[in-house]
Design a protein around this ligand. Structure first.
Ligand code: FRU
Length: 324
């Protein structure tokens, strides 16, 4: 700021994975244009209690604004409410709470994501077949909303039967375990909707162990990194994914609008995109180009190391690799 004041922003991530790494590095990148912002990161490893503690610590330390992706819808609402009541602006991103106490929300429309995938899968199956849904973390808002959208879409097709649904906490290994147990039960499965790509990859591995090659599957996230959804769709391992946008630049813009008292919208929905064999290659090439430029900017700038080393040092290397 003109008077030399620095805004301290606490970023509370519910989990740690390549999607959140991308978002964190975008947040860091967008501070390059804003010398008046200092970011603090905390990552809760899918643990509600840890996330609540980390947020309380941010409040104690005196942050000017909180950016939070709440692990579940109920579990950490009270600690967020407390921060909000103290006058700390709160931006919820990607996941929601069940409380009205937030300053703004920014993230994709998860109902829409589930709905698009449901309609896509029904079309692929020509309106007929057994479908399994592998959901994320029970009680986290994207899992709830993706499921609703998905069910609304497939309910328009009387020949589509959702024969099983399991919760797998967004994690690859749990996605594998879920698929394992479904197939071990002898269930015939024509198509799997995994609520994220990591669980989809786990489910595919489990299917292979059961001697099923080329199980038809679609996921969500479509990250353009090695092993991510975009590559898996391009290479034909998955039939589809859906770009679940990170857009750290817009999250930061929203934070600054709030801090600097400019007008902003309270609820901000980001556009996602269906990724299929028709567009995966083009989208991947485009993203790789952007990521090369990003890597160049980051290597010209020392800041990324400082921030993310505090957050988690092993992660810095992964992050740099993933953008080069
Ligand atoms: C990353 C993630 C994504 C998923 C999102 C839902 O932590 O698990 O895979 O799309 O969170 O909030």
């Amino acid at each position: 700021a003109d008077n030399g004041k620095k805004y301290v922003i606490g970023v509370s991530q519910c989990s740690e994975d390549i999607w959140r790494d991308k978002l964190n590095s975008e947040l860091v990148m967008s501070t390059y244009q804003h010398d008046n912002v200092v970011l603090k990161f905390a990552s809760a490893n899918d643990d509600d209690r840890l996330q609540a503690k980390q947020i309380s610590r941010f409040v104690k330390e005196g942050v000017d604004l909180l950016i939070v992706s709440p692990n579940q819808i109920h579990t950490i609402s009270s600690v967020i409410d407390k921060a909000y009541d103290r006058g700390i602006p709160v931006i919820l991103f990607d996941r929601k709470t069940d409380s009205k106490k937030y300053t703004a929300f920014i993230g994709a429309d998860n109902y829409e994501a589930g709905h698009e995938m449901g309609a896509f899968i029904a079309r692929q199956l020509k309106g007929k077949g057994n479908v399994v849904e592998i959901c994320g973390l029970e009680g986290s808002s994207p899992a709830i909303e993706r499921n609703r959208g998905f069910m609304d879409a497939v309910s328009g097709f009387p020949g589509i039967r959702v024969v099983d649904r399991r919760y797998a906490g967004w994690l690859k290994d749990r996605g594998a375990a879920a698929m394992d147990s479904i197939l071990a039960g002898g269930q015939h499965v024509d198509y799997v909707f995994a609520q994220n790509d990591r669980m989809a990859v786990g489910a595919l591995q489990a299917a292979e162990r059961h001697g099923i090659r080329g199980m038809r599957i679609a996921g969500i996230d479509a990250l353009p990194v090695p092993g991510g959804g975009m590559e898996n769709v391009r290479d034909g391992r998955m039939e589809a994914s859906y770009i679940y946008p990170t857009r750290g630049d817009l999250v930061m813009q929203l934070a600054l609008n709030i801090l600097e008292k400019r007008p902003y919208k309270r609820d901000n929905y980001l556009k996602g995109t269906l990724v299929t064999s028709n567009n995966a290659n083009a989208l991947l090439l485009q993203s790789e180009e952007i990521m090369k430029q990003t890597a160049r900017i980051q290597s010209l700038h020392g800041k990324v190391d400082n921030y993310l080393a505090q957050y988690n040092h092993q992660k810095v290397y992964l992050l740099l690799f993933s953008v080069i």
